[in-house]
Design a protein around this ligand. Structure first.
Ligand code: PGA
Length: 252
């Protein structure tokens, strides 16, 4: 089954509403948005999400939150819930990004609850996984990533598997300018797909999109996107520049 490519931008803690609108203006000048062959998803900071998702230029793109709380509502000062993301007219959410795992101590059990909450909030979650440099050098990286996938999906409902996307982002490649070689990335993506196949079925595994992230740029995207198990990219730094991000689209 053909998997539609996703090119996603994770803006992290960057962009005011005005900067985001300027980005959209430049991006839409570059690209005829009605002709997009990929699914383009932007994850702005929460403060800009509603304004951009409701901007007329933003209509042909998809929008998402960078995180959500595991509860639906409640006394959690400073947190954002799944229904609040939906309320912004956004349909997607990142879960378990490595910066959440390492800087905010998010563990697999919490990530599994967030994955469940995303589905219960009618959002499409992108489960982020990836090994640290230490884990890669120890040779344990395949097991580490498979474990993150299995544990992150521990409470994921089978009926929602068509809404699941996974992003493999080796921590040592994020924001460092180092990228996994296409062969190393493909090997890991294939391993993730095999893990999904043993959790579910082979047809389900072959329908789930797996994105690569970690210093993806226009110069290295073509060789990564050409790999059979790589279904697009989750892009940080290069997504902040509308010209660079636009150059990641339409790559064949
Ligand atoms: P990068 O970030 O493209 O700047 O490496 C990727 C990410 O963190 O999603």
């Amino acid at each position: 089954m053909a998997r539609k490519r996703i090119v996603a931008g994770n803006w992290k803690m960057n962009m005011t509403i005005e900067e985001g609108r300027n980005w959209l203006r430049s991006f839409s000048r570059h690209h005829d948005l009605a002709q997009l062959v990929e699914e383009v998803i932007i994850f702005p900071p929460f403060t800009a999400l509603a304004a951009l998702a409701n901007d007329e230029r933003g209509n042909l793109l998809h929008w998402g939150g960078q995180n959500l709380h595991e509860a639906e509502t409640g006394a959690y000062t400073g947190e954002i819930s799944g229904p609040m993301i939906r309320d912004c007219h956004a349909g997607w959410v990142l879960v378990g990004h490595s910066e959440r795992r390492t800087l905010f101590q998010e563990q697999d059990d919490l990530i599994a609850r967030k994955m469940r909450r995303a589905i219960d909030s009618d959002l499409q979650p992108v489960l982020c996984v990836g090994e640290t440099l230490e884990e890669r050098e120890s040779g344990q990286f395949m097991e580490v990533v498979a474990r993150q996938v299995v544990r992150g999906l521990a409470d994921f409902p089978q009926h929602a598997l068509d809404r699941l996307v996974i992003a493999y982002e080796p921590v040592w490649a994020i924001g460092t300018g180092k990228t996994a070689s296409p062969q190393d990335a493909q090997d890991m993506h294939q391993h993730i797909r095999e893990t999904l196949s043993s959790l579910y079925t082979q047809p389900v595994a072959s329908s789930i999109r797996i994105l690569y992230g970690g210093s993806v740029k226009p110069e290295n995207a073509a060789s990564l996107f050409a790999c059979p198990d790589i279904d697009g990219g989750l892009i940080g730094g290069a997504s902040l520049d509308p010209d660079q991000f636009a150059a990641l689209l339409g790559i064949r």
